[in-house]
Design a protein around this ligand. Structure first.
Ligand code: BG6
Length: 491
């Protein structure tokens, strides 16, 4: 294990009492402490608008850690040692006067400074300007911001411009937490460390690709945010398109941040636009109605707490993406994501083309495609479905499909799989941007998604209903069936 390879840092965490910080960021920092990865002398300034003392906040964080960290990973001694690093500052983010306190808190100016804005994006510009005006940051400061970067191309440009006025692109760490997931990074290892796949990874050998990111939860009290965003802005513009890029990109020259991001941008630029007359065949949007989740009755989207009963916001999207380049011409990427689906499941399936000439039992021809299944969550792992002969004297040359299976938790039993935020925070501390999204990636992704949203708006068609606990509107099944295929679970 790398120990304290990073220099000590001062982490200023804006929005420290918010949901993200308490549920994800502090538990992740605690895990870094537990793993011995927080350098001696590293400190954290928790910044929020609630009146409280450092002692109150430490107490509150201790309870939150106890709640959010798994029992077997919670150690009160480590938690207390970690919390000694934390100070609290009450600050009105919009008031430049208050920022002097940030400077005073830094008693070791040589420590790396990391500013984490776990706030609504509307605050990014204000915080950046105030930090600059009060000389709280310099050209070495690293700045971490969360998605969503805007709600369309134009608003994302405004936010990026505001940040760009104060910080250079190489100081900005835009989070897409899917890039911190173990198996997502493994896509890079799988593709570029195994020549076996490299030679098969194109339209000559792959017939189509499926990406499913399903959640069984609803919108969990986040109506205000979610209803403005919808599933396409919340999930497709970022997480799903990032997965698509990692599957589709050309090999980067090396593992440096810009080499990887240059290749991802080429994919985003090559996405075929979905014009109004293609919408019926290429995109399905849905909204859940009452149904069941994990055996319990649950309300529909319009009956959730604080719901606007007339909302036409989508909670499900299925679409067919095509990439107009040599490698992927004619290979559809079927993508679907939704809330209140039957289970939490994220997986990518690469469907290989059948062998050019088939010599086995014609009744078994449907088995003849190899599949590579990459499970992102739960049960992280990979399985390659291959065909072998069925065993037994009476079976002749009957074929059987079976997996070559790699389940990480079984094969690498002793190793804990870190949460995405642990890795992302650790990479920020090391100053490595390869798991963070560059401005042009954000903007090309918006450009593609904006057109779909505009088409929905112009058509005036409401989302299609699906009962909670099902795999989305039937139209999403029809979309893939029309092409003579089916979603993997339905096969
Ligand atoms: C977030 C979305 O970015 O990702 C949420 O805003 C979603 O709506 C979440 O639930 C899913 O993340 P994960 O890691 O649980 O798959």
């Amino acid at each position: 294990m790398v120990k304290n390879a990073n220099a000590p840092c001062d982490l200023m965490l804006f929005g420290a009492l918010g949901d993200l910080a308490q549920r994800k960021l502090f538990p992740a920092l605690y895990q870094l402490e537990r793993a011995g990865l927080l350098a001696q002398g590293s400190r954290i300034l928790a910044i929020a608008r609630t009146k409280a003392t450092t002692a109150d906040v430490r107490e509150q964080l201790f309870e939150k850690l106890r709640y959010h960290v798994k029992d077997r990973e919670f150690d009160a001694g480590v938690a207390n040692a970690f919390l000694q690093r934390v100070d609290y500052l009450l600050l009105d983010f919009t008031d430049p006067e208050g920022y002097g306190a940030l400077r005073e808190w830094r008693d070791e100016p040589n420590n790396e400074l990391i500013v984490y804005m776990a706030t609504p994006p509307s605050m990014y510009g204000v915080i950046a300007r105030n930090m600059k005006a009060t000389s709280c940051c310099n050209e070495k400061t690293r700045v971490v911001v969360e998605k969503p970067i805007g709600h369309d191309l134009e608003s994302s440009r405004v936010i990026n411009d505001e940040l760009g006025e104060v910080y250079h692109e190489n100081q900005l760490f835009r989070i897409d937490h899917y890039l911190g997931k173990e198996t997502v990074q493994n896509l890079i290892a799988l593709r570029f460390a195994n020549n076996l796949f490299a030679s098969q990874w194109d339209q000559n050998h792959i017939s189509h690709v499926e990406i499913t990111v399903a959640e069984s939860v609803g919108i969990e009290g986040r109506w205000g945010y979610f209803d403005q965003a919808g599933q396409i802005r919340d999930m497709i513009q970022n997480h799903l398109l990032q997965l698509l890029c990692l599957i589709a990109m050309d090999p980067p020259a090396d593992l440096s941040a810009d080499s990887i991001r240059d290749e991802k941008v080429k994919v985003l630029k090559a996405l075929k636009r979905i014009a109004p007359d293609m919408m019926d065949r290429y995109v399905v949007r849905g909204q859940y109605t009452a149904g069941t989740s994990n055996g319990k009755p649950v309300p529909g989207y319009l009956e959730e707490e604080d719901a606007n009963k007339g909302s036409a916001t989508e909670t499900f999207v299925a679409l067919k993406a095509e990439i107009d380049n040599w490698r992927w011409s004619g290979v559809p990427f079927y993508i679907r994501t939704g809330k209140r689906l039957p289970e939490k499941l994220s997986q990518i399936i690469i469907h290989f083309k059948p062998a050019p000439h088939y010599i086995f039992d014609p009744d078994q021809k449907h088995l003849a495609n190899n599949k590579l299944i990459i499970r992102l969550q739960p049960d992280e792992g990979m399985a390659l479905k291959i065909l072998t002969k069925d065993q037994g004297l009476d079976k002749g040359m009957r074929l059987r499909q079976g997996p070559l299976e790699l389940t990480f938790s079984e094969t690498f039993e002793a190793e804990r799989i870190p949460d995405a935020y642990e890795r992302l925070l650790w990479e920020v501390m090391k100053g490595n941007q390869y798991l963070f999204v560059r401005r042009d990636e954000v903007e090309y992704a918006w450009r593609w998604v904006d057109e779909i949203i505009a088409n929905w708006r112009d058509s005036g068609e409401p989302p299609k209903r699906y009962a909670a606990g099902t795999w989305g509107p039937v139209a999403s099944i029809a979309m893939i069936t029309r092409d003579g295929r089916s979603w993997y679970e339905d096969a």
